[in-house]
Write a protein that binds this ligand. Structure first.
Ligand code: ADP
Length: 497
């Protein structure tokens, strides 16, 4: 473990101990001179200091992105953009272990989980590299009197402001970079203040891959300053946001000045439905990890476990037994299955919901509190928690907790399961566990959510769209249509005779 720590510090902190901003191809100090600390949530150790960007830095970064958009980058052919993406993928592959360590140090993800995302991270970049050469308009038959030739051109939307969360720094940054570079847009990235180290390292790798100056700029800083300045900047054509629905609402408000294109990937309160006819040996760990993975800090986590009443007590008891076996600790330990929460604020928020759950009458079959003392003394750890006896109208069933807290609800039949599943403001993920294929298809059709996992949870692929219904956002990431949100359509109507 010590060897891994020293490798990480060599990569994540520069000689002065402060990470800078990436603007126009240069690493620069923030105009205010202000910095903030970034700490390891497993032990509260200081990892380094991060530049605190403000509106002035955003101004400079947007200016650089605009110049790059109108400059040589606009002449890059799809093949040339593809080549940069593929080179970047190779560099991410070569540095993958360091990037995993940075994710673990900065936001606590178990290193085993970070490593398991290798295919996903590299696959995403190479998938977008492939898409770069597939962009095309259409020729369209028309009925305009006379002789006309009509066709469409697809053109990059322009400067993209990308605002990302802390819960999966590597993959969420790649999710924003991929479509930007594939389509020929440029970008100002504002990473989450809790986890900026990985995005900054990706900035170094992009420069190494030969990306022209100003195509990707990174302004670290707080949401209310750097983030708000980016979302409201009149020189930004599109905002791509991932985060809470509260902030998503602010983004929509901030984006109205110049009618920015906006895509939002927001929160969820996803139902995971277990029928009595399911393969319960698979469903127990499946349902548990649907919520406990990444300490529940996943927007599509299956936090509402809906169980058919005939097996409710047995099944929920088994999930609680499984939760007891999970090893909670420092993510750098390869045996750790559940890491800390990202911050003291997040810990306070989750503990607040545990108290609310108790007041509402839910019973914690396992967990229910912070883990403190021993190896957990200085970190932000919460025991994996299974709340039984939950009704869907309780706050612990309606509000996103973003912690390792499962709310188990009983249902009597298919229709009631579908009704409860949809009785939420959100619609991001969902799960169905059954051996009856027809039932699985019918439930997949009944649930109003962007993804339905059947007899599995959280499996993803770059080619499969991901995104939300209702208050979980709009737009989709991944899938061949993702790049449409980064393209404008121009119609050309030409009189030819
Ligand atoms: P969380 O509450 O889980 O940290 P947020 O939605 O607040 O989730 O954070 C997601 C991203 O949004 C982060 O990069 C954060 O800095 C940014 N952010 C927060 N507030 C604002 C805001 N008012 N305007 C723009 N970005 C913001």
């Amino acid at each position: 473990m010590a060897a891994v720590e020293s490798l990480a510090s060599k990569r994540s902190i520069d000689s002065g101990g402060t990470k800078k901003l990436l603007i126009d191809g240069n690493w620069v100090s923030p105009s205010s001179g202000e910095t903030f600390e970034t700490r390891n949530p497993a032990n509260n150790n200081l990892l380094g200091r991060i530049a605190s960007g403000n509106a002035r830095d955003i101004e400079l970064a947007v200016g650089a992105a605009r110049r790059a958009f109108e400059g040589p980058w606009s002449k890059f052919s799809p093949f040339e953009r593809q080549r940069i993406l593929l080179k970047f993928a190779d560099l991410v592959e070569a540095n993958f272990e360091d990037l995993c360590v940075l994710d673990t140090l900065d936001m606590g993800v178990p290193i085993s989980l970070a490593r398991s995302r290798k295919q996903r991270a590299l696959g995403l970049i190479r998938f977008y590299a492939g898409l770069a050469t597939t962009i095309h308009g259409d020729t369209i038959q028309n009925s305009i009197p006379g002789e006309f030739f009509t066709y469409t051109l697809k053109e990059p939307v322009g400067v993209v402001g990308a605002i990302t969360p802390w819960n999966a720094p590597l993959t969420s940054t790649i999710w924003k970079l991929g479509p930007v570079l594939a389509t020929g847009c440029t970008m100002v990235l504002k990473p989450a203040e809790q986890a900026s180290l990985t995005p900054l390292r990706l900035g170094e790798l992009l420069l190494e891959a030969g990306l022209p100056d100003g195509v990707v700029n990174i302004v670290t800083g707080y949401g209310e300053t750097a983030g708000a300045a980016l979302a409201g900047h009149m020189g930004v054509d599109k905002v791509a946001f991932t985060g809470s629905h509260f902030t998503g609402q602010k983004i929509i408000e901030a984006a109205k000045g110049n009618i920015k294109r906006v895509t939002l990937e927001l929160g969820g309160k996803s139902p995971d439905i277990v029928f009595a006819d399911a393969d319960l040996d698979a469903a127990v760990p499946g349902a548990a990890m649907a919520v406990f993975m990444n300490s529940g800090q996943i927007c599509s986590a299956g936090t509402r476990l809906l169980v058919e009443r005939s097996i409710y007590d047995t099944f929920v008891g088994k999930v609680a037994d499984y939760a007891k076996t999970l090893r909670v600790g420092d993510g750098l330990d390869p045996d750790t299955q559940i890491g800390p929460l990202v911050s003291a604020e997040q810990l306070a928020r989750v503990k607040g919901y545990l108290a609310i759950g108790r007041e509402e009458g839910a019973q914690a079959l396992v967990g229910g509190d912070q883990l403190s003392g021993g190896a957990h003394a200085d970190g932000f750890f919460v025991a994996p928690t299974v709340l039984a006896g939950v009704r869907n109208d309780m706050r612990v069933a309606q509000e996103e907790i973003f912690g390792p807290v499962l709310s188990a609800i009983a249902f009597d039949d298919f229709d009631e399961a579908a009704r409860i599943a949809n009785a939420t403001s959100f619609g991001l993920g969902s799960g169905v566990w059954t051996r009856d294929v027809g039932k699985a298809h019918r439930m997949a059709k009944s649930i109003r959510a962007g993804t339905v996992w059947v007899n599995c949870y959280a499996a993803m692929d770059p080619a499969v769209p991901f995104g939300g219904y209702k208050m979980s956002g709009h737009g989709r990431e991944s899938g061949t249509q993702h790049i449409d949100a980064y393209l404008e359509t121009k119609s050309v109507i030409m009189k030819v005779a």
